[in-house]
Structures are given as C-alpha cells and as structure tokens.
Design a protein around this ligand. Structure first.
Ligand code: SF4
Length: 306
C-alpha cells in the first residue's frame, strides 16, 4: 500500500500564532487562563491546553471580572469587545490577521455604500464574527441555491466577501451565480479564502491526481477547512475519512486500497498526522511519498503580551 503525504498540511500561520499566544501567556502568568471558545478547532490542541490550566468558556459572563481572556483565532464581533470592556477584562486577541482583513473589508464596503454579501457557513464562529462587524447589514449566502434566490437590494452595487476556510471551487461557483444575477460585483483586492486553505486544497487535488483510492484527513469534526478537504477529494471520486488520530482508523477501510493519501487540516498539529502515518506503516504501508504543491513561509508575529 502506497502512502502519499500532502504538503502543505496541518498548522497554518494563524493557528500557530493563536496557540503560541496561549502558551506564552500561560508561561508568563500561570493558570487559570480563560479562552473564549476553542482557540482553534482541534480537539487535541484544546485538550492539551486544558490539562495545562486553560479554561475554555462559551461566553464572557463565565470569566471572572478583570481576568485575562483570549479571543480565539476565528475572530469576534465588536459587541464582544464591548462586553469585555464592560466587565473590565484584559483582552488578548488571537484572531488571525487574515480574519481581521475580512473584517476590515466588510467595514470598508459598508462605509462605501455597497450591499455586502458574505459567502460562508451559518453558525461558524468566523462567520458570526464577520456578520457582527455590521450587525444586520451583511447578507449571508451558504450555497448556489441561496445565491439564486436571495433578496438583494438592487439599488446598490454588490460586494462579496468569503469565509477564509471555504472550498475555493464552491465559492467560485457561487460568485459566478452572483455575477449572473447582479452583473459587476466588487471583490476584495486579495482573496479572502486564505493562502493556507488554498494550499491545503491544492495539495489534496494533487494527491487525487496521483491516483489515491482513499483520503485520510486528520482533523476534528468542527474544523471547517478539514471538512472542505474531504469534499475536495469527494468531488474527484475519492473516498475520504475525517479522523482525529490513529485511534479512529478501521481495518476495513484499507481492503483493496493501493494508495492512501494523508493530510491534516490547518488546525491539526503535525504530530497527529505522524501518529497516523506510523500506524499505517505498521499495517503494511510503504515508505511515505511526499506530494508537494507549495512551500509556506508565512509567519504572523505575536502581539505584545501584557
Ligand atoms: S486557516 Fe487561514 S484564516 Fe484561518 S487561521 Fe489559518 S491562516 Fe488564518
């Protein structure tokens, strides 16, 4: 059985930065340290930090007044900053700079009078945070059907933003429909779907082109970009399994499999993928072949820690 490992895979610069922010504050001030929502969407990252004394909360009302609190990589609405200010909390913002970029675009388009459409998944934390940049003024569209039917104000020009972790191809198909309906639409100067999402999807496409018959994506159920990687394989006819680690592997998946592709979502630590590779080699997998489509050297600096 051939084993093909996608590159790039696993942690992106935004996730890396968010996890380092938590670790450096823990080192400096010790536990308990409060984090609003999961710092990144990976069960193992969250469990390890919890063991070190991080307290993950859903809402700021669970954080003691005047305590330190970290906002997750997915970003928050301005109303959350306001609530933190009212409670006297010391906020450390681990929002990915590329999510902040989408927030800035939303505010700019709205101030210029555009009707702003956001392509994304309802309920995802990043989408909630972006919609909150101009509560009630941004129209969320999840799929082509909604793009065809959405009630849009035709008096104003339309601007389109996207969640950073969507399928590039799905988002493009929705934009085509929006162009058919509204003619010229304004888009950000640089893609909202971030470099890491695009690279990881391109690497899965390359795995599929190399003839894999099973795709293993290491990532948690609530990871948007890991789920999109499964879909990238599925539209190319490749069976995909989303697993948190080697404990989820099932022998029957490998019956008849000649080539297995392996990758990790942007919130998955590399060591989780390596444990899966080790297990597969124990099951008779051959030496790993790397399937590389890009080199990544993006690093986001840490904020000043107070
Ligand atoms: S996936 Fe992209 S937007 Fe999300 S944290 Fe990583 S670099 Fe930032």
């Amino acid at each position: 059985m051939r084993l093909l490992l996608a590159n790039p895979r696993c942690h992106c610069a935004g996730v890396d930065r968010a996890v380092k922010i938590v670790q450096s504050i823990l080192e400096r001030f010790g536990p308990p340290l409060y984090v609003r929502r999961e710092i990144v969407h990976n069960r193992h990252v969250v469990d390890e930090l919890r063991l070190q004394g991080v307290v993950f909360v859903d809402e700021l009302s669970e954080v003691p007044r005047e305590a330190r609190v970290i906002f997750s990589a997915h970003g928050v609405a301005p109303s959350v900053y306001e609530e933190a200010r009212e409670r006297g909390l010391l906020v450390i913002d681990a929002t990915c700079p590329l999510v902040h970029k989408v927030h800035a675009e939303a505010k700019r388009f709205i101030s210029q009078g555009y009707h702003v459409i956001l392509i994304g998944r309802a309920g995802h934390e990043e989408v909630v945070g972006t919609l909150g940049q101009a509560a009630g003024c941004i129209h969320l569209i999840e799929d082509i059907d909604q793009a065809r039917k959405a009630a849009i104000d035709l008096q104003r020009q339309v601007a389109v933003l996207t969640q950073t972790t969507l399928s590039v191809d799905d988002a493009q198909a929705i934009i085509v429909v929006l162009r058919e309906r509204f003619g010229e639409i304004a888009l950000p100067t640089r893609d909202d779907i971030c470099y890491a999402t695009q690279n990881r999807q391109n690497a899965v496409k390359a795995l599929c082109d190399r003839g894999i018959d099973l795709l293993l994506v290491v990532g948690s159920r609530n990871s948007s970009n890991a789920n999109r990687l499964i879909e990238v394989g599925r539209v190319r006819g490749v069976r995909g399994m989303l697993i948190d680690g080697p404990e989820d592997l099932r022998n029957e998946w490998f019956e008849g499999a000649k080539a297995v592709g392996i990758t990790g979502g942007a919130s998955t630590p590399e060591k989780r993928v390596q444990t899966v590779v080790d297990r597969l080699q124990g099951l008779g997998g051959a030496a790993v072949e790397i399937c590389s489509v890009a080199d990544e050297n993006t690093v986001f600096p840490l904020p000043e820690i107070r």
